[in-house]
Ligand binder design. Structure first.
Ligand SMILES: Cc1cc2nc3c(=O)[nH]c(=O)nc-3n(C[C@H](O)[C@H](O)[C@H](O)COP(=O)(O)OP(=O)(O)OC[C@H]3O[C@@H](n4cnc5c(N)ncnc54)[C@H](O)[C@@H]3O)c2cc1C
Length: 418
């Protein structure tokens, strides 16, 4: 058994950022990071907001050296049937980044957790003891800490054990599949709404592409999205994503991944904090999950060090209030974003997300209105939510494919020659 000042459970973006910030700011504290070996990855796009956080953690140059693929543009087919583009060429924080999360998480854990004691295990029990917490791992080890940070992602494994259940805001699920041999790779992230939800697709590298169909769990069941046939039938309902899937050689079996919004306040005072998705998980349409997780790991580390090293107990309460406000801002923006789609007003997925719908009103009424305040960095997430109009898409693949299939041109008359 070892005694630590702080135990961070989880070594994803949130846990790693917390460990790194603790090592920088309070190197005198003894910190352990407890997490199992990383499971399967998935393709994700890191928003430009990762740059300021990685810089703050002193990891920006090391990140660039990894050679993750930049992406200077997002394409979306959302409110209307045509494609719109959001350019990142002039974005001060640079491009977004296409990453395989297994590789990114392995890198950040290696870089960020170096100064901490690394325990490769799962936390399976957590009990209060005289000076903080006693933590039991699945390998049988036991450790103690004065303060614990739960950064176990959507599992929220430690908070759950303490009886703090999250409130599900919706039942969004991703039917995620990786494919190889998809022909010419279009380097940008493509997001497309369809009658039962929305799709995203992105190239991970030459010849490997990810596709995810986002819908509600009951609708996913009805569409048989966990089968290749059901998944392909849903894909055929898209206008643009299906074009990129045209030349798939091999499709992995689709896997269903929970993706809905989750938040429930935790009243601290017990030297216990949640960071990243364990604190609040947002609908991936937000597009900033990893940046948000790292930022909250950083803030959780500040709160924890203020509490332990400087005796400032109010720091934990202020951190929780900040988490609550961020969740409120997200819900408000989400309502606007889904509310902008009226093409399938009669379909359950869109009805449930319309701003007048009961589930959304219930979420909003559960959050104090005065807690909705602008958070500079996350509100700039609207660059993903509100796409700039009128930019002619230059991607020759889309242009050629569209003319071949005689589909609607991009943004009416502005289609360039392929
Ligand atoms: C389908 C989908 C697509 C997404 N796409 C994007 C995207 O394109 N861009 C983006 O920015 N965000 C995206 N997100 C959101 C993003 O994945 C999350 O917000 C982010 O991973 C949260 O990081 P985290 O560190 O909080 O949690 P996680 O990344 O989930 O890490 C949790 C860590 O805790 C560990 N752990 C779990 N249980 C225990 C335990 N009992 N004890 C110890 N350790 C434990 C895990 O092994 C892991 O190390 C997407 C989410 C989904 C569902």
């Amino acid at each position: 058994m070892a005694a630590f000042d702080i135990i961070v459970a989880g070594a994803g973006p949130a846990g790693s950022a917390a460990a790194r910030a603790l090592a920088i700011n309070v190197p005198e504290l003894r910190v352990a990071v407890i997490a199992p070996a990383r499971g399967r990855g998935r393709g994700e796009v890191l928003s430009p907001l990762v740059q300021p956080v990685l810089r703050q953690l002193g990891l920006w140059s090391a990140f660039l050296a990894q050679g993750f693929a930049p992406s200077h543009r997002t394409l979306a087919c959302w409110e209307e049937a045509g494609l719109k583009a959001s350019e990142l060429l002039l974005e001060a924080r640079g491009p977004s980044w296409r990453v395989d999360r297994a590789a990114f998480d392995e890198w950040i854990a290696r870089e960020a957790c170096g100064a901490a004691e690394r325990v490769h295990a799962k936390v399976c029990r957590l009990e209060p003891d005289a000076d903080g917490w006693s933590v039991a791992c699945d390998g049988g080890q036991r450790h103690t800490a004065r303060l614990v940070i739960d950064a176990t992602g959507r599992a929220r494994a430690l908070a759950h054990r303490l009886g703090w259940r999250t409130r599900a805001q919706d039942r969004l699920v991703a039917a995620y599949a990786e494919a190889t041999g998809c022909g010419q790779s279009a380097p940008e992230l493509l997001v497309e709404a369809f009658e039962d939800g929305w799709w995203y697709t992105m190239a991970l590298d030459e010849g490997r592409r990810v596709f995810a169909c986002m819908t509600d769990t009951d609708l996913a069941r009805g569409l048989a999205l966990n089968t290749r046939d059901g998944w392909r039938a849903a894909l055929a309902k898209t206008q643009f994503v299906c074009l990129l899937a045209g030349r798939i050689d091999r499709l992995d079996p689709p896997r269903l991944i929970p993706a809905g919004g989750r938040y429930h306040a935790i009243t601290t005072g017990d030297r216990f904090l949640c960071a990243g998705d364990a604190a609040s998980a947002f609908d991936p349409i937000w597009g900033h999950g990893v940046a948000k997780a790292m930022r909250s790991g950083l803030f959780a580390a500040y709160a924890a060090s203020d509490c332990l090293a400087r005796g400032n107990a109010g720091a934990l309460r202020r951190y929780e209030a900040w988490v609550a406000r961020e969740a409120a801002v997200h819900v408000a923006a989400l309502g606007e974003h889904y509310g902008s789609v009226s093409r399938w007003a009669g379909r359950p997925f869109w009805q449930r997300r319309h701003p007048s719908s009961l589930p959304l009103r219930r979420i909003q009424s559960g959050l104090a209105p005065d807690s909705i305040w602008p958070l500079n960095s996350m509100v700039s997430g609207r660059s993903v939510i509100g796409f700039r109009e009128g930019l002619p898409p230059w991607n020759p693949f889309f242009a050629a494919a569209l003319s071949r299939h005689d589909r609607r041109p991009f943004l009416s008359t502005q289609t360039p020659d392929p």
